[in-house]
Design a protein around this ligand. Structure first.
Ligand code: ADP
Length: 496
């Protein structure tokens, strides 16, 4: 790292209150214009480190340099021009107006004995009030504002200092979701546009991961790791440092990790009821399966598509002439009419008559798989000849449910989809289902749907490829049920 890139250099610093060292031998660098986060459990020394960085506490051993100069050489007013501090609790009086409070931020820049507020000061105050969204209530008194609004006023005051460094102690504490985002968005924007270096203490690891360029993880006053969020926020590391179980997932929209807690009551391994044929009901025009607890589900259903947790599984019969411009909205209305919550239901449609469904419970070693298939093959095609099938969608589809009594990993969900699809294709070949247009053996239909769900209790099922124990059972179950469903479909058409 070039020295010019470094805004703060902490070199083997030990310090704390009186002679008791809280921060022990900590070294780190904060780069210019970086958004730098400090995280760690309660009492790990985050606030103490922030006090050492802002010279509120003296360094016992080691050295801190700010912008290339030893911190100890800065006069108080000089330091105030370079660094603004936003503490967790402000002791400022609430009888000032917003405008007056923000204007106080200019104090460190005023020169001479008779401090005068210049036109430039006024412009800066107006600008930061606009950017932090407090300009509309600039004439209100602080005690007339909500906690979140007040926090933004203090941020505006700190930014009015036009500091090179802004030090914050849990700035989003007590703020609601929108205020948290707004405040952190402002800070991030200032690092990108206004050459501001931000160092902030975070309690919320997800926010820290989302906004910070790098994170310092403290424990017992020591630097555990200082690196990019993805590296710092490793599951095993956090479990060890915070002493609790966590789960980690990617954020759905941006490439950042999200940390989740698992409540004790929900993680307790209760003896689950086996999901099987006894739960399957035919009601009117739908096959409905309700599970005692939600199942983790990956599917291409009409409702509940993608990854989610569901307690209701529906395969609904629609007439061959079913044509709806918005089938998702129509399906939701249908489920609500049936008394089912669309947010708790993975729901599919088929033109197949539901009496033709084939299902079975297939046993593995320490787990079992319940499979249900409905197979209409009016749309059957060879997957490599899709471009020849230009005609509009006609109902006729293979819907496959694979409900696993076991604890599946993410990759085994995906492997189960592959294995089930291959087993389905093999069944179509075995039953000589043809692509009517090309005369080839069909591999599926143009509108097949699949659903893999797991209780996430009991035996851990890491893989579901064809030779893995789960894969073998999924393949057998889907193959046998698809063959049976195809036979049922033939018999039905033969009879009718
Ligand atoms: P964090 O911000 O990570 O929660 P702190 O830096 O506030 O941790 O506290 C670290 C340790 O310093 C704690 O053990 C705490 O008891 C101690 N401590 C905090 N403030 C003081 C103080 N004013 N005097 C003496 N010890 C303190």
């Amino acid at each position: 790292m070039k020295e010019v890139d470094c805004m703060i250099d902490v070199n083997q610093v030990t310090g704390g209150y009186s002679n008791e060292p809280i921060i022990k031998d900590v070294s780190l660098n904060v780069l210019k214009y970086e958004f730098f986060g400090i995280i760690g459990p309660n009492g790990s020394g985050k606030t103490t480190l922030a006090k050492l960085l802002s010279a509120l506490l003296p360094v016992q051993t080691g050295a801190i340099q700010l912008a290339g100069r030893p911190l100890s050489e800065y006069a108080p007013k000089e330091l105030a021009r370079l660094m603004a501090v936003l503490p967790q609790h402000s002791s400022q009086t609430f009888s000032y107006t917003v405008y007056e409070t923000v204007s106080l931020g200019r104090y460190a820049h005023q020169k001479g004995f008779f401090n005068s507020f210049t036109q430039e000061d006024e412009e800066i105050v107006q600008d930061v009030m606009r950017q932090t969204g407090v300009v509309d209530y600039q004439h209100a008194k602080l005690d007339e504002l909500s906690g979140g609004e007040r926090q933004r006023v203090y941020l505006a005051q700190a930014l009015a200092q036009k500091p090179a460094i802004l030090l914050l102690d849990e700035p989003t504490n007590h703020l609601d979701l929108a205020y948290q985002k707004d405040l952190l968005d402002v800070l991030k924007r200032w690092t990108l546009e206004n050459k501001l270096t931000v160092i902030s203490i975070f309690h919320d690891l997800n926010l820290a991961g989302l906004y910070c360029d790098r994170l310092l993880l403290l424990k017992n006053g020591q630097n555990i790791i200082c690196d990019k969020p993805d590296e710092v926020l490793k599951k095993e590391r956090l479990e060890c440092v915070y002493g609790t179980k966590i789960e980690k997932n990617p954020h759905p929209k941006v490439p950042k990790p999200q940390i989740m807690l698992v409540p004790e009551q929900l993680s307790r391994a209760i003896e689950p009821e086996e999901i099987g044929p006894h739960l399957l009901k035919h009601i009117d025009d739908m096959i409905w399966l309700q599970t005692p607890t939600p199942m983790k589900t990956m599917s291409s259903s009409v409702t509940g598509a993608g990854l989610g947790w569901y307690r209701h599984f529906v395969n609904r019969h629609v007439d061959k002439g079913y044509d709806c411009s918005d089938h998702r909205a129509e399906m939701k209305r249908y489920l609500i009419e049936k008394g089912l919550d669309p947010n708790d239901t993975a729901g599919m449609m088929t033109a197949v008559h539901l009496e033709q469904a084939a299902s079975g419970l297939f046993e593995g070693d320490g787990f079992s798989v319940f499979v249900m298939v409905t197979a209409g093959v009016g749309n059957a095609l060879d997957v490599t000849q899709g471009e020849q099938h230009v005609k509009a969608y006609t109902p006729g589809t293979i819907n496959t449910w694979v409900l696993v009594n076991g604890d599946m990993r993410d990759e085994s969900f995906i492997q189960a989809i592959v294995t089930a699809t291959e087993a389905k294709t093999k069944a179509l070949r075995e039953m000589a289902v043809m692509d009517q247009l090309t005369g080839n053996v069909a591999t599926g239909t143009s509108t097949d749907s699949i659903l893999i769900a797991a209780t996430q209790k009991g035996t851990v099922l890491e893989f579901a490829g064809p030779i893995a124990p789960l894969g073998q059972v999924v393949a057998r179950g889907v193959y046998e049920c698809t063959i049976q469903a195809l036979k049922n479909d033939r018999n039905w058409r033969h009879d009718s």
